[in-house]
Design a protein around this ligand. Structure first.
Ligand code: FEO
Length: 350
């Protein structure tokens, strides 16, 4: 029995190793938990080396997706739903549909008897640590990567994550190992990552605000720093980011943790600078919830950017209680004091 395959660019190497370590003749069934090419891309090549009637266990959506990826191959699909089981000799597989976590086809497999969960994307990380297991790697590094994965991939589906975790908990499974398809395997207290997902799925916030800006001649940067001073003098911790030089996935992770998101850009050609406009699109797509937000920025003549930012933040469902603050050309000492006051007012609204 084989659970999932590999990205097709590695398929030859994968099948060669599989044959050496396991023996292809010993693969009598395949479980395809998710057909995104990083897990399922190598299925076609593998199937070309196995009997064509090898059973493929997957969800109904999984079979549709596999057919579309592999030219409507009429393989031996065995469609499973939540609660369905299949015996593999010593063990029994119990399937749990993970619809939209994060594709329509996603599936989780519990191996009864071994007490192992194969969770596919859930509980994973884009991370290659110093070891294969969570007790062999730096836990701060691991949690940073696990949270980055959640914030950038699973966040829009948080209500589904919450319900699915409640469903899995209600099944009272004995879980000794959680083996995601990305990153390290959770074997030391594996329930810790389930508990973390439950926490992250419910409007998670840490005790700081993020101020993100892009700037052309430093006027918007000076405004960002003055607003930050206002927060700090009010006792609120702040992280400051230049959007044009910050890794986007890391930035999204910090915004996920923030209780406030303050965004600034100068106005260029009547609009917002490129890193900020794309960030605003992502904030909307990721469905951040229950966070204070505001816009700011400098301008030369027309000054549209702060209003565009403010409108986009509202459209994304964030709380935007104040009009954006703008400064023409370079901020004066008085205008920087006004920015600081703006930060203080926002701090009171947190
Ligand atoms: Fe949804 Fe790891 O692919």
């Amino acid at each position: 029995m084989l659970i999932d395959t590999i990205w097709d660019i590695y398929q030859e190497e994968y099948v060669e190793k599989l044959d050496k370590e396991v023996g292809l003749k010993n693969i009598d069934m395949i479980v395809v938990q998710h057909m995104e090419p990083d897990h399922g891309g190598g299925l076609g090549y593998l199937m070309s080396k196995l009997p064509e009637n090898t059973p493929i266990y997957c969800t109904k959506n999984g079979a549709d997706t596999i057919r579309k990826h592999f030219n409507n191959k009429n393989w031996n699909f065995q469609i499973v739903k939540t609660g369905d089981t299949v015996k593999t000799g010593k063990y029994e597989l119990v399937f749990v549909e993970m619809t939209m976590l994060h594709w329509p086809d996603s599936l989780l497999t519990y191996v009864k008897g071994a007490n192992v969960i194969f969770s596919n994307d859930a509980f994973g990380q884009h991370y290659s640590g110093a070891g294969f297991f969570n007790d062999e790697v730096d836990s701060c590094e691991l949690y940073q990567e696990a949270m980055k994965y959640y914030a950038n991939i699973l966040l829009p589906y948080s209500p589904l994550v919450k319900r699915k975790i409640e469903e899995i908990k209600s099944m009272n499974l004995q879980i000794d190992i959680i083996a995601p398809a990305h990153g390290v395997i959770w074997r030391e207290n594996p329930m810790q990552i389930i508990e973390k997902y439950y926490e992250w799925s419910q409007n998670y916030k840490e005790d700081f605000v993020s101020i993100v800006y892009d700037t052309m001649y430093d006027s918007t940067r000076k405004m960002a720093e003055a607003i930050a001073e206002g927060f700090i003098e009010s006792g609120v911790k702040v992280k400051l980011f230049n959007a044009s030089i910050t890794d986007r996935s890391d930035l999204i992770t910090d915004l996920f943790k923030s209780k406030g998101i303050i965004i600034g850009s100068c106005t260029v050609n009547n609009t917002v600078m490129r890193p900020i406009i794309s960030l605003l699109e992502e904030i909307k797509a990721l469905r951040f919830k229950d966070k204070l937000a505001a816009g700011f920025g400098s301008y030369g003549w027309s000054g549209e950017a702060p209003n565009i930012i403010s409108k986009r933040l509202q459209e994304a469902g964030l709380k935007v209680p104040l009009q954006p603050i703008k400064v023409k050309y370079r901020p004066t000492e008085q205008e920087l004091l006004e920015c600081k006051e703006y930060g203080k007012t926002l701090a009171k609204l947190l």
